[in-house]
Design a protein around this ligand. Structure first.
Ligand SMILES: [Mg+2]
Length: 227
């Protein structure tokens, strides 16, 4: 079974370039093309593609609007947005529509092929530069939060993944959710005794006396999500 792809872009030359790259891949088949978001719904309805590649800037209905409509009509639709903007605002706005991918038009052929494969497979794909910008933004926010907080981190407490195992982090989150040992055991499919062992390891590693203290420290440091 080939991956069926639809390309929606108002620039014919660009569309042809994308099509040529995708057609070169034996497992891909470009089944239709469109030159405006206006047609996207109808094209998708007719051709039932696995992946839709959608330009943002188009004259009548832009790609963000078209993606929104497409995903409202068919929540399973897998859309990769094409854009010239690597700006975080654009990316966030586009991803809010439910798009699974975001590519910059300056991409190379391999990036395009990877993105289609990953998204067809049910994953998400961001252009490497977009990922880089998001990571920088995240770091900036994290640093800003750290400076704003007048509660300096205790030196002996570091990021939890450095001291806690992944499983211990899960247990810590569930402690913060107010779950009992039994509830945690049921959620993680482990015995209550194993939960107790995890909890005592967490307390020891975090250098606190009880689970409440562990939760308080974890919340203060942003190690758990407060739901
Ligand atoms: Mg365009």
């Amino acid at each position: 079974m080939k991956t069926k792809i639809v390309i929606i872009d108002d620039h014919q030359l660009f569309r042809e370039g994308v099509k040529r790259i995708l057609d070169f891949e034996p497992s891909f088949e470009v089944v239709a093309e469109g030159d405006d978001g206006e047609e996207a719904l109808e094209i998708v309805e007719t051709h039932k593609p696995d992946v839709v590649i959608m330009d943002i800037n188009m004259p009548k209905v832009n790609g963000v609007e078209a993606t929104k409509q497409l995903i409202e009509a068919n929540p399973e639709a897998k859309v990769i947005i094409l854009s010239i903007h690597d700006d975080e605002n654009y990316v966030t706005h586009a991803l809010k529509t439910g798009a699974r991918g975001y590519l910059l038009k300056e991409m190379d052929a391999d990036t395009l092929i990877d993105a289609v494969k990953v998204v067809a497979d049910g994953g998400s794909y961001l252009h490497p530069r977009v990922t880089h910008n998001l990571v920088n933004e995240f770091r900036r926010l994290a640093t800003a939060n750290g400076q704003a907080s007048n509660q300096p981190l205790q030196p002996e407490i570091r990021r939890p993944l450095h001291i806690l195992t992944r499983r211990e982090c899960e247990v810590l989150q569930m402690l913060a959710d107010g779950k009992s040992n039994r509830g945690i055991g049921e959620a993680l499919f482990i015995s209550e005794k194993t939960v107790k062992n995890h909890v005592s390891n967490i307390l020891q590693k975090m250098n606190v006396n009880d689970r409440t203290q562990a939760v308080v420290v974890a919340i203060k440091n942003g190690w758990v999500e407060v739901k």
